[in-house]
Design a protein around this ligand. Structure first.
Ligand code: A3P
Length: 325
């Protein structure tokens, strides 16, 4: 039997197996051999039971906030860099490893609460479903969908409000019609406006790893108009009993124009001014262009929803399809 020093061995190994250079973290507790050598002070419970996967600008912060009010549901502890979102399964945080991720879910003695995390960029991240499945194969997934045209416009307004030069120098119409020869920052903004809204493509990727029973789709318009109904449904999906009565915790605030948390009986605490922004309505020509742009994606989405047994096609989806010029 011959061997070589570890570094040399690793180099030979990865030369032979280049696909394995990029790590995929599995659950150490999923394999008894790994569990045996897993340190005693680590726990298999330091992981979330469900994930809110986005996409961005669909009401993910509102859902995160409402879920956090639930006595039997706990969010991750906030990240120093990315605040409420951990953004582990996409981007560079993944390479910080499993210990880093698990540190966001400290085990509390006697707690019966379940953990969740919300990272809105998970939805459209190419590698995310594969990585989530490797670590959390039985996790439940929650996504929120609104009209992809409105989502694109909300992202543009969000970027503009954050002082982005491109968003401030180009109109929404110029951004969404930018060509492939346009300057890179303009193309990047165009892509961030348009790509997450190709819902059927992204959902198909998730469904190639997870059965539809583990996926819950929220209509983002209903989350705005009737969050109590949405919170009742999600509790059923998560099989949380007894159900928490959100009617005594959420109330429509006419000043904000959205549902907010009830505090001290008569006051409300709403999300910050960057959620539920005031901005002019989208130009008609941009709306028409986007409805045409998303036609094939929206048609595929209707088929997907029917295939996985969702009978109630959201109104926004019917409207986007029927209004398409
Ligand atoms: P706008 O600011 O464009 O209106 P996210 O948290 O995923 O970034 O989504 C932000 C969007 O959440 C807001 O987009 C707003 O329309 C929507 N939203 C849904 N319920 C809300 C609530 N109760 N309060 C504020 N915004 C809410």
């Amino acid at each position: 039997l011959r061997t070589v020093p570890p570094l040399q061995l690793a180099e030979t190994y990865f030369k032979n197996y280049p696909d394995e250079v990029d790590p995929v973290w599995g659950n150490p507790c999923g394999d008894t051999r790994h569990k045996k050598i897993w340190s005693n002070n680590k726990s298999c419970d330091s992981l979330p039971s469900f994930l809110v996967i986005g996409p961005q600008k669909t009401g993910t912060t509102a859902l995160y906030t409402f879920l956090s009010l639930h006595p039997a549901i706990t969010s991750n502890i906030p990240s120093r860099e990315t605040f409420e979102e951990i953004q582990f399964f996409n981007g560079n945080n993944y390479y910080k490893g499993l210990d880093w991720y698990m540190s966001f879910f400290p085990v509390e003695s006697n707690s019966t609460s379940i953990y969740f995390e919300k990272s809105a960029t998970y939805f459209d991240g190419d590698l995310v479903p594969k990585r989530v499945h490797a670590l959390l194969p039985s996790a439940k997934l929650v996504t929120i969908l609104i009209s992809p045209a409105k989502r694109a416009y909300s992202w543009y307004q969000h970027t503009k409000a954050h002082g982005d030069l491109i968003a401030n120098n180009y109109s929404f119409h110029q951004v969404i019609t930018a060509s492939d020869t346009a300057p890179k920052p303009l193309r990047d903004l165009r892509n961030r406006c348009l790509n997450p809204g190709k819902y059927s493509q992204h959902l198909e990727r998730w469904l190639s790893y997870f059965p539809p029973q583990q996926l819950h789709i929220i209509n983002g318009d209903v989350l705005k108009s009737n969050p109590i109904e949405v919170m009742d449904e999600i509790q059923k999906f998560l099989k949380i009993a007894p159900a928490f009565n959100y009617t005594t915790h959420l109330r429509f605030d006419p000043n904000k124009g959205f549902f907010c948390q009830i505090i001290n009986g008569d006051k409300t605490k709403c999300l910050g001014k960057n959620k539920g922004r005031q901005y002019p309505p989208m130009e008609e020509r941009s709306l028409k262009l986007l409805q045409r742009y998303y036609l094939s994606h929206n048609t595929a989405l209707v088929k997907l929803l029917k295939r996985i047994g969702i009978r109630n096609i959201p109104e926004w989806l019917k409207d986007d399809l029927s209004d398409t010029p």
